[in-house]
Design a protein around this ligand. Sequence first.
Ligand code: PHE
Length: 341
Amino acid sequence: MVKNELKSIKILAQKEIEKAKNLKELNRVFKKYLGKKGKLSLILGSLKELPLEERKKIGKKANELKNVLEGKFDKKIQEIRKQAKKGIGKKEWVDVTIPGKKIALGHLHPLTLIKREVCQIFQQMGFEVVEGPEIETEWYNFDALNIPKDHPARDEWDTLWLRQNKLLLRTHTSPVQIRYMEKHKPPLRIIALGKVFRHEATDASHEMQFYQVEGLMVGKEISVANFKAVIQEFFGKFFKKPIKVRLSPDYFSFTEPSFDISITCVVCGGKGCSVCKRTGWLEMMGAGTVHPSVFKNSGLDPKNWQGFAFGMGLDRLAMMKYKINDIRLFHSGDLRFLKQF
Ligand code: PHE
């Protein structure tokens, strides 16, 4: 019976349309029912063989079904196209018109920024930037700097020793002085900048690993007056305001006389505040005129040469400049901190 056939076409065709995953599959279903030799098309074609009454009835039903199915096909085409746009059902589909994703740009670490700035200021004053090894021998880190084996001054540097051959992680950048003077004849002007290590308990102002800038200037008549002028110029440029420098007596075995260097507080300008503990001064570094033994240990005659050396913490400089209250933040990897620079 044609009527039953129409019914089964209706059910089957709808199911198959629903199931089709892509346009190719849908096309096959279309051909099967509505193509030239499609099931429904054949029925429509054979209507003329039926008696008039039946032709009218079945014809109406068959045409209605044709409209319904065509509607379903149209809907399904839209659906498949939409899914393809979303990338579902057709993996290789790419919308080349969508704007690309922006790659987040990183930036320099605050310590790198400070390092570059310090180098630039000293280079403008004719200093050369030099480097030395982070793993040092006892000779360069201590002995050559006039720090004898059993001298109490050695206790000032809590040293991290390596097992092999009495090697150690350098506790300061001063050994670079010796290494440089061994190879270069004065007059000379250098800064040595890099990582140093100390076996210390960490707190807001102490780290096991930090950075130092060490300066050395040697010539025939280099004096403490030259040092004061150089360092005052440096701090003025670094903090971008006039800075006063104060020298007070201190002790280092590799300089004689030795000084502790303070600068006018960069927060209060010298009036006294919590940062400078109401003194108006900030302790910044150690310095002094190079000890004759250090010249001798580097192969230079102390009768011919004189000069000054100084050393300071780069981290401390960064903390002063950016008003950072905890040294541990530098290596914390905390993006909330790092993104501020
Ligand atoms: N090397 C000293 C330190 O680490 C600093 C310093 C360098 C002092 C040069 C005087 C001269 O503490």
